[in-house]
Design a protein around this ligand. Structure first.
Ligand SMILES: Cc1cc2nc3c(=O)[nH]c(=O)nc-3n(C[C@H](O)[C@H](O)[C@H](O)COP(=O)(O)OP(=O)(O)OC[C@H]3O[C@@H](n4cnc5c(N)ncnc54)[C@H](O)[C@@H]3O)c2cc1C
Length: 309
């Protein structure tokens, strides 16, 4: 089954989610090609060409894809799909944005957030905030799907595959990109960090969130938050972990002052080691925690951070 994988990047870095989506594509069969779309994206294409198992990279180097809005990407990808049986994209904000549009234009049902591929057209995906796993078989001629990156091991690197420059089709897009506000941070990226420290409503204020950041910095972790903490303005939107936030599966997840609502667990329960600090011994988070500390976070967290000196 020939598969086209959409490369996730920010213009400077090829995201690890791409390597994981290539791994999913290889599980579907192959050959696997990677599409890199963006302005001055040659260096990104070179990185994609070094992913193990990739046959070739298609480079669509144009300002039209920077940033990658769904309308422009669909106009590029739909004609390319004449040569492929499947299109996979990471289930990121970009992937979730354009995949439904491509599927609609090709008149197929998209399959979202696949976490396993038991058969050539059979997929597993979480439903009900991760409380059940659904197995679906696609009856469509082409597979159009998003892949949950945390469910797949990243493909390695190998010798460089060839890069093919695509002619950019003329298209008229009615949507215009106006701007974006991104929080800047030197910390690891939340979605792919090996360690994450998250704070909940119990933090009580944006100032108190510094306790979470200090602990995170001490152990080289990314910072996350519950939706309650984000809604209260204690942490920025892009820190949110959970059903309506980011899905993470780090080696270590530290949940501080977070009760463990199912919508939060949907975003972090696949973490390898879960540590919870909560003053309520009956908080649901302790049911999935590997290590739990029943304590007031305002004394326990500074003490923990100091002890790591
Ligand atoms: C459709 C939908 C989607 C949602 N999506 C998400 C999502 O993506 N992510 C998400 O997180 N939530 C999501 N939610 C919200 C979710 O249901 C919970 O409301 C939210 O996760 C609660 O956040 P919290 O644990 O920080 O707050 P709370 O539930 O209020 O818990 C605070 C915890 O802190 C503890 N605590 C209080 N003071 C201290 C202290 N001094 N020291 C130690 N512990 C203390 C308390 O015992 C309590 O357990 C969603 C809800 C809906 C309906």
């Amino acid at each position: 089954m020939s598969v086209l994988v959409f490369a996730e990047h920010d213009g400077a870095v090829l995201k690890d989610a791409t390597h994981k989506t290539v791994a999913a594509a290889l599980a579907l069969g192959g050959p696997v090609d990677v599409l890199v779309a963006g302005a001055n994206a040659g260096p990104i294409a070179a990185l994609a060409a070094a992913i193990e198992g990739v046959r070739k990279v298609l480079l669509a180097d144009s300002q039209a894809f920077s940033p990658p809005i769904a309308e422009a990407l669909s106009a590029l990808i739909v004609p390319l799909m004449a040569d492929y049986d499947a299109l996979l994209a990471p289930a990121t904000a970009t992937g979730k944005n354009f995949i439904p549009r491509v599927a609609a234009l090709l008149d197929v049902s998209p399959v979202s957030e696949i976490i396993a591929i038991p058969g050539p057209k059979t997929f597993q995906r979480p439903i009900y905030a991760g409380n059940a796993i659904e197995t679906v078989e696609s009856m469509d001629a082409k597979i159009i799907a998003t892949v949950r990156p945390t469910a797949f091991k990243a493909a390695g690197t190998s010798e460089n595959a060839p890069i093919e420059n695509l002619a950019i089709p003329a298209f008229n897009v009615a949507t215009q990109f106006v701007g974006e506000e991104l929080s800047k941070s030197d910390r690891p990226e939340l979605a792919s960090a090996k360690r994450v420290v998250s704070g909940g409503r119990a933090m009580g204020s944006a100032e108190n969130f510094a306790l979470i950041e200090a602990l995170a910095d001490r152990i080289g972790a990314a910072v996350g938050a519950s939706r309650a903490a984000v809604d209260a303005g204690y942490a920025p939107n892009d820190y949110q972990v959970g059903q309506t936030g980011k899905v993470v599966a780090p080696e270590l997840y530290v949940a501080i002052g977070i009760s463990g609502a199912i919508q939060h667990l949907a975003g972090m329960k696949d973490s390898r080691v879960i540590v919870a600090i909560n003053k309520d011994a009956d908080a649901p988070i302790f049911q999935i925690a590997d290590f739990g500390l029943v304590a007031d976070l305002f004394s326990a967290v500074p003490e923990l951070t100091r002890s790591l000196d």
